[in-house]
Design a binder for this molecule. Structure first.
Ligand code: 6GU
Length: 262
């Protein structure tokens, strides 16, 4: 995809509402769309199913050095992003939401290891909305007051620390975009995937039927669709129970709550 293919403003199609829009506030606008310009998300971006609007936080710095950060009150290592600069960027992002979609706002999310963990329920919830404003931090973090003032929710992608929120924003956008109507074809339906049924995926095989002395499980070449379905279900259960006791416990509980006829 060419470097101009990703619109900086959400395109307004002649008919219908604005597409799901990720408005990203970052000091590294060059990181976007990055991997999201390729493959499934990239094609959907080109087709206007979603839009990306990247704002460079440094454009909102007002002093002559264009400073976006300063030393922490109370001392300590690292730098903290200034609330006045972030506020100006957030006000601009919110105004662009209103202009683009006619909506008052989209949820504002600060990508941070302190946040609620991203899961499929949250990705689905976001996919149902108009988009999201994603604040990517660098340095030690952002001034707490701007989080309070803008009612910002914090969101983490796992219990490890990244050097900035940008890769987390890419992960979040990817997880949401693939749920938007029209992004996935029938062949890659999310209903069959890991987590959508509460189980990890069963093993996959393709040609050759024998490779380095390893044969594909007999049932898969048997042509018995019902046997294949049962085998895959049993494999998915085995793998989930072995690898993710947390998911397994929830699956067993949900299954038992739903009653015997499922
Ligand atoms: Cl969202 N941001 C950063 N900086 N580190 C993280 C993270 C987010 N999620 C896990 N680690």
């Amino acid at each position: 995809m060419s470097e101009h293919a990703a619109p900086r403003e959400a395109p307004r199609t002649a008919s219908g509402p604005a597409p799901w829009t990720a408005r990203v506030l970052t000091l590294f606008p060059e990181m976007f769309p990055g991997p999201l310009g390729l493959s499934l998300a990239g094609k959907a971006l080109e087709r206007g199913i979603w839009a990306l609007d990247v704002l460079d936080i440094r454009d909102f710095a007002r002093d002559k050095h264009r400073a976006v950060d300063d030393a922490p009150f109370g001392g300590g290592a690292g730098m903290v992003m200034r609330p006045d600069v972030l506020d100006a960027a957030l006000v601009a992002a919110k105004a662009r939401v209103a202009k683009g979609s006619g909506r008052a706002t989209a949820p504002v999310i600060y990508l941070s290891p302190r946040g609620r963990l991203l899961d499929r329920a949250l990705a689905r919830e976001l996919a149902r909305g108009p988009g999201a404003i994603l604040l990517c931090g660098r340095y030690e973090g952002v001034d707490e007051r701007v989080l309070e003032a803008h009612g910002i929710a914090e969101l983490s992608i796992g219990d490890y620390v990244l050097s900035g929120g940008e890769p987390a924003a890419l992960v979040l956008i990817d997880a949401v975009v693939r749920l938007l109507p029209g992004v996935m074809g029938n062949h890659e339906s999310p209903a069959e995937e890991s987590f959508e049924r509460g189980l990890l995926e069963y093993p996959h095989y393709t040609r050759p039927a024998e490779w380095q002395g390893r044969k594909v499980p007999e049932v898969l070449v048997s042509g018995h669709h019902e046997k294949v379905r049962k085998w895959r279900q049993a494999q998915a259960e085995r793998i989930t129970e072995q690898r993710r006791p947390d998911l397994w416990a929830r699956y067993v509980k949900d299954r038992d709550d739903e009653g015997p006829d499922r």
